[in-house]
Each structure stands twice: as structure tokens, then as C-alpha cells.
Design a protein around this ligand. Sequence first.
Ligand SMILES: C[S@@+](CC[C@H](N)C(=O)[O-])C[C@H]1O[C@@H](n2cnc3c(N)ncnc32)[C@H](O)[C@@H]1O
Length: 449
Amino acid sequence: MNDINKVKLIWEGKRKPDRGESLKADLVDLEYVYPHGIRDLNYGTDRLNILIQGDNIKVVQKLLQKGYHGKLDFIYIDPPYWSESNYYSRVEMRDQGKKFFLSRQVFKDMWGQNINNYLQHMYTALVLMRELLSDQGSIFVHLDWHAHHYIRVIMDEVFGPKNFVNEIIWCYGGGSGTKRYFHRKHDTILWYAKGRDYIFNPQYRAYTDKTLQRGLTRVKGDKYRLNEKGAMMQDWWTDINKILSPTARENLKFPTQKPVELIKRLVKAASLPDSLVGDFYAGAGSTLHACEDLGRRWIGCDASSIAVQTSMYRMIKGRFAPFKVQELSEGREDKKDNILLVKKPMILERNSDRLKVKVEIVDYLPSSDNRGKVPKGISFSTLIYFWEIDPCYDGKLFTSCYQIYREKPIFDDNISLACDIEVPLAANRIAIRVYDIFGDSITVIKEIP
Ligand SMILES: C[S@@+](CC[C@H](N)C(=O)[O-])C[C@H]1O[C@@H](n2cnc3c(N)ncnc32)[C@H](O)[C@@H]1O
């Protein structure tokens, strides 16, 4: 055995990853979402992409128990970096011509100044995620200067040093306050494969003007020609910037949101059309968006309700493929006291096979733990992130066939509160679900008169 296989990182309390054999919680469907507006009956529910809210260690344990072993060709994760910081999403609210800002805590990268907890979490996550990978699969782990050196040693242990493929350096611009050292303007993405037969589709960049003018031949001799596709990419990237502008189209006001172009480059390089892709620290859903653009199937997971709702909004607004939302639940209901008032549905038209019905929200009150955070006098509509309608609720699973949202992630009082929907004659109940700015949701069921 090569000596490098024996190099291991040790920390206080290092233990074998828990496989979750005694895990009580299960993955429970919260809703099926059809962002094209109408339920596409040809789209089998076993093909739905999956967005899961819950702690990723338990979620991956559960996925492995449910048969996802070896099923994913590609995993990208952008976990906490051991930065000992709190991360907030600061959103703009506009109401009756006035502007307000509201900060919502999204996640904590706090480990009590104790790196052991962080390393144990990452070790467990990496061991479990490796098992999800197919024989041709790869994992990309996005980190920065805080801990990438430790994680690389852990990945050598988990994946084997021979399966290290690249250390990608992503360079970006932007300001920095320090005068004490060089500004830290790059992240490190560690790429490890499951085995030697990993998928790789080379990516190319345009030749520089100088190379184009000169050609390759002058330096390398007559037998070399410029490649039609461009120059093969290296492992340091300077051509994709961070999402810095608050008005950038892509900006979902989610802290640490990564540019979709960056993730698309990775997905293109190391997966195939129709590959199943996972991101278990999904945040604002950048990987899910990349998969939608590239025709890959996906599983996303995040512990934060604000992250899951941001991803839902992104998938809905992009009119992407149908997906299901699940949560890891132990069966206990965590009841919130938010209140939604909906008018009695009004029948506008009666046809031979369906009704046209008007659904209208009349009031919304956030849960008592959030009411104090709302600026005085603000309209309730400003607090709604988006809302959905299931036109023939079966009493069990909410199926979102209509979604009402704003085009920009600015919370103003312009979101529509009424929607005309088509309801099959056989239906007798409509369900209305509201997601609010604080990450809470509520469902109200109305009988069709
Ligand atoms: C750096 S952000 C990811 C940003 C994402 N790449 C994007 O482009 O939006 C890290 C995310 O990991 C989530 N997270 C942290 N610990 C987690 C855990 N144990 N299980 C699931 N999600 C977790 C946080 O809620 C946060 O949304």
C-alpha cells in the first residue's frame, strides 16, 4: 500500500459515521409542484425531482435506506466553511411607496469555536454521500481558506488519494476592508471521483486574441492547429464573477448564493444528460437551476425553510420541471399560529366538464414569533412570498397547479391576491397554501359551493 493511504486527519472525538439504522424520522411528501400551471399527467410521479427540507445527514441516511445507493452521477456541495458566522438574507420590502429592509437568519456556520464538531459533520456527510455515487460518479466540495486543507485530507481518507481529480480555484472580484493581508478572493472546489471510470466531458474556453492572431503553429510547429472548440479549460477560473450586484437578475437575496454558470460548468463536465444530481446544502437552489438548464434530474436538500422556499420560488418562476417537496419528519406536527383567511370560492362559469372559480385571499397574519418583526402599518400582502392552489384537493397530498408570485424577489404589495382557476366537476375541495417571508407556510381548505 502506498504510504499516502495511511495519512489521516485526527480530531478529538473522531468516530465512525452514524449510518442512521435507528433513525425514526421518514421522508414525508409535503406537496407536488407543477410549475407549468397545469398538472402534466404524462409526467410520472416517480420522475419528479425532489426538494427535501431537513438535516442532510439524516436525509442521506434515509435516501440510502430507500435504495439510492449508487444512483447519483454527480454531487455538488457548498457546505458551511467553518467561518464562525451567522448568515442573513436581507430583503427589500416596499409598501405604499415606502421601502423597508428585513433581515432573516438563514443559517449558522457556528461550531462553538470547536473545529472537532465541524470536521465530524463533514466526515460523516462525505462518507454517506460517497455511497450515493455511481461508479462513474463524482463529488465537488466548495470551500474557502478556512478549512479546505483539512477537508482535502478527509477526502483522501474517504475517497482515496488516487480518486482526487482536481482542485479548482474560482477567483472573483469585489471589495474587502483589510489592510493587513492580500485580499482573499478565491474559493477552492475539491473534485473527487468514486473510481477511475468517472464521467468527464472536457470544457473549453475561447482562445485569447493573441493566440488567435499568432495561432499555435509558430510556437509548437506545423502539426498543431487551434481547436475549433477553443482551449481546454484549466483548473483556475477567472471568468465567472460572484453575484455582487443587488439588482442582478440572478440575485435571490440569499447569502452565499453561487452563480448558476459556475455550477453549470461543473455539471456539464462530470455528468450526462438525464444523470441524477444531488446538492445536500442546496441554499437558493443554484445546482437545481443548473440541472434544469442542462436536462439533469435532481435531488436538493436544505435544513433551512427559507432556503427551501427560495428554491421553490426559483423553480416556479423558471417554469421548470415538476418536483415534489418532502420533509424529514418524526411524525410530530410543529404547529405554527399564523392565520390565513380566504373568501368562499366564487363560481364564475359552469361548463359541461369544469367550473371556472375565483379564489381570493382576504387576510394573512404571520405567526406570533414573527409578528413583532413586521414594520407597523404594512399591508399583509407584502409578507406573502408566493401562494399556490390545488384545484381538486384529495384530502391527503397538496398538488400545486397554480402558483402566484412576483417576478422580482422584492416584497411589495403588488402580488395578486385573487386567481381564477379551472376546477374539474368531480372536485369538491380547493386547497390554498401561502408561503410567507419568514419561511412559514399555511394551508386552508375550501369546499366548492
Ligand atoms: C453556503 S450555503 C449554500 C448556497 C448554495 N450553494 C447557493 O448557491 O445558494 C449553505 C447551505 O447549507 C445549509 N445547511 C447547513 N447545514 C446543513 C445541514 N446539516 N443539512 C442541510 N442543510 C444544511 C444552509 O441552510 C445553507 O442554505
